[in-house]
Design a protein around this ligand. Structure first.
Ligand code: OAD
Length: 244
């Protein structure tokens, strides 16, 4: 698709660009998104029903094994062209904030230095009951037990119904209200409070640009909708920005 000249001009003039990514940003790396049907071993489960504290309490082994499977899958894939283009976009921007709902570290592996992890990180573990440091837990067990309090160890991600880490929430909110351009990339914009960041940006005068092959609940509110894959659109955008 043709990228409107106004988008390129807006990015070029921006003093602060804020980007929010979702599962679609990792789709071209081979990480399944949340709202597409799961394949193989896990096809009978709805990921949205596994990602809750209630699901973990009901069946800790099932939830732990699903995350162990996702960890293994993620550690075998590579960042894609979209992740790499965002590293370049940060480099050529005056001020740049990257907020991700993804827990897969693919932005960091591509070379993004400052990443606001809105929903945590799948490679971290924490104690379900308390705030114990579970660094030395026996990770062979399924799930392991906290070596300090004996409670279950759980993945360090944010589940439905849980609070966003306060530092991530503050950094993301501050960037959303301060930026001139807000880009919503590869997210269905169904999950709050992440979905509200684009609204906050728009209400404070930012140009909102969405990159997604499909229409989302954010599409009609975005000033520009770039219909396509982030691994295709973002490198093209960066190429246009680099040419005066
Ligand atoms: P979703 O799975 O809800 O949405 C993925 C979006 O990516 C969809 O709108 C797709 O159309 C789009 N998409 C697919 N392939 C793409 C591509 N190559 N380029 C660009 N876009 C593409 O994922 P999220 O919106 O990230 O939270 O979901 C938000 C949160 O819900 C997740 O962080 C997770 C989940 O439950 C927690 O685990 C708390």
């Amino acid at each position: 698709m043709e990228i409107p000249a106004e988008v390129v001009a807006g990015l070029r003039a921006a003093r602060h660009i804020c980007v929010l990514t979702g599962a679609g940003a990792s789709a071209e790396s081979g990480v399944p998104t949340f709202r597409e049907a799961q394949a193989g071993l896990w096809e009978q489960y709805d990921p949205l029903e596994l990602a809750t504290p209630e699901a973990f309490l009901r069946d800790p082994k099932l939830v732990w094994q699903w995350y162990a499977w996702r960890r293994e899958l993620i550690s075998r894939v590579e960042p894609n062209a979209g992740h790499h283009a965002l590293v370049e976009l940060a480099r050529i921007s005056r001020q740049f904030t990257l907020v991700t709902q993804n827990v897969d570290e693919l932005h960091q592996r591509a070379g993004s230095e400052y990443v606001v992890e809105f929903h945590g990180n799948i490679f971290n573990n924490r104690c379900f009951d308390g705030n114990c440091d579970v660094g030395d837990a026996d990770t062979e067990a399924s799930p392991p037990k906290c070596p300090h309090c004996g409670g279950y160890v759980r993945p360090g991600v944010v589940w439905f119904g849980e609070q966003i880490p306060s530092d991530a929430l503050e950094l993301a909110n501050n960037a959303a209200v301060a930026c001139d351009v807000f880009m919503s990339i590869g997210t269905s914009s169904h999950v709050w409070p992440a979905a509200g960041l684009a609204d906050a940006a728009r209400q404070n005068g930012a140009m909102v640009v969405e990159i997604n092959p499909d229409v989302t609940s954010q599409s009609s509110h975005s000033r520009y909708r770039l219909a396509g894959k982030s691994g295709v659109i973002l490198p093209e955008l960066v190429r246009l920005l680099a040419h005066q």
